[in-house]
Design a protein around this ligand. Structure first.
Ligand code: NDP
Ligand code: MG
Length: 374
């Protein structure tokens, strides 16, 4: 039995992780569960999976959660995920949204645990520090479908020349640029191929998701040779090119439960509990349009600048996505704010996780407070 801590258990990745546990009760035991504020859903999952160690970020929800789960050991506040990541789990699934996930990743790796990582913002903001920690122990298993694809394609290989990420293009790849300004949060959050949390759906619509994934791949696979292509069918999840021009691709039905399960069972490919890819089918690989969707170009600039630039980039996006969700700014303002912030902020050295949080909080608050009154 593998013991799992599932942080962000009420979200899209969290609930799909629990689907895998439901289908494999003899293989997994859930020893810790956490969420942001949804006390009722967390208590229901705690009862279903007989889990007594719970975390909730929203301190105002402590009493409510305790009323539903009086026997539980409840940790609350921003540090709850870090406390839960230190529990006796074999694998810590980090499926919270936002760079707050870095607290859990650091805490789990300090205890030399295996982390199944869905949360990309933590690597974007703190990738260099996470890699330093990994030198001392612990393992990082990517859950993000593109990075799982690269991880799978690299098995048994010694070297590669290029990573080619695939991108669905989001809901607006074929939409004229002139229509983007009027896009509503509801339209932006409706992804054509995947059912995901609100933030990543909006990130997919701006192509910020691919931008974050380029940075994520840089830290996971230690390379800057990362390209991407638009692949509207989301069947090929990414590719790796080798010196002789050979390209290995990983393909499957677009279902996040596959990369989640692989992160839990690595190096085994466990039996499938989800849809099968039916062949034949027609696949397209189209060029990106960085005039219309410049986020990946900005990500490369942030990577080149180094220091805290990627943390600035991520924080600006987190604040801008929230403002857009609250209808305080237009869809097209998101990337404008990210680009303007990146251009204006002097790059600073990052020595510690505290430095990353300082950058994040400073940039996030500056942007959010500036536009909140709109
Ligand atoms: P969701 O919004 O669906 O879920 C987020 C989870 O995090 C919820 O359990 C939420 O709790 C919890 N949470 C929110 N705020 C906090 C906080 N401050 N502290 C602790 N927990 C918090 O997101 P997704 O599942 O879609 O995405 C999770 C991560 O995985 C993101 O980083 C995303 O980029 C990445 N990812 C997601 C994919 C997907 O298909 N969904 C694919 C690849 C990567 P509550 O319910 O109480 O709000
Ligand atoms: Mg992805």
């Amino acid at each position: 039995m593998k013991k799992l801590a599932i942080l962000g258990c009420t979200g899209s990745i969290g609930t799909q992780t629990l689907d895998i546990v439901r289908a494999n009760r003899d293989k997994y035991e859930v020893v810790a569960l956490s969420c942001g504020s949804n006390a009722l859903a967390l208590a229901a999952l705690a009862a279903e999976f007989d889990c007594e160690l719970l975390g909730i970020a929203d301190t105002d929800k402590y009493a409510e959660l305790k009323s539903y789960a009086p026997q539980a050991d409840v940790r609350c506040g921003d540090d709850a995920i870090a406390e839960l990541a230190r529990c006796d789990a074999d694998i810590v699934v980090v499926a919270v949204v936002g760079m707050i996930g870095l607290r859990a990743v650091v805490s789990a790796l300090e205890c030399k645990k295996t982390v199944a990582l869905a949360n990309k913002e933590s690597l974007v903001a703190g990738g260099a520090l996470v890699n330093e920690l990994l030198k001392r122990g612990g393992t990082l298993c990517p859950v993000d479908s593109e990075h799982s694809a690269v991880w799978q394609a690299l098995r048994g290989e010694r070297d590669f020349t290029r990573i080619i990420l695939t991108a669905s293009g989001g809901p607006f790849y074929f939409t004229p640029q002139s229509e983007l300004e009027g896009v509503t949060p509801e339209r932006a959050a409706a992804h054509p191929n995947w059912s995901m949390g609100k933030k990543i759906s909006i990130d997919s619509a701006t192509m910020m998701n691919k931008a974050l994934e380029i940075i994520e791949a840089r830290w996971l696979f230690d390379t800057l040779d990362i390209d991407y292509v638009i692949h509207p069918e989301s069947v090929v999840h990414s590719m790796v090119e080798f010196a002789d021009g050979s390209i290995k691709a990983q393909a499957s039905f677009p279902d996040m439960r596959l990369p989640i399960q692989y992160a839990l069972t690595y190096p085994e490919h466990a039996p499938r509990a989800f849809s099968e890819l039916k062949l034949p089918l027609t696949l397209r690989f189209l060029p990106p349009d960085e005039d219309k969707f410049p986020a990946p170009r900005l990500a490369r600039e942030a990577l080149k600048a180094g220091g805290n630039a990627c943390a600035v980039f991520n924080a600006a996006n987190e604040a801008a996505v929230r403002l857009f969700s609250e209808r305080k700014i237009a869809f097209t303002d998101i990337i404008k704010i990210v680009g303007d912030t990146l251009a204006a902020e002097p790059t600073e050295r990052v020595r510690s996780v505290a430095d990353v949080f300082e950058t994040h909080n400073r940039i996030y608050d500056k942007i959010y407070l500036n536009y909140r009154g709109n």
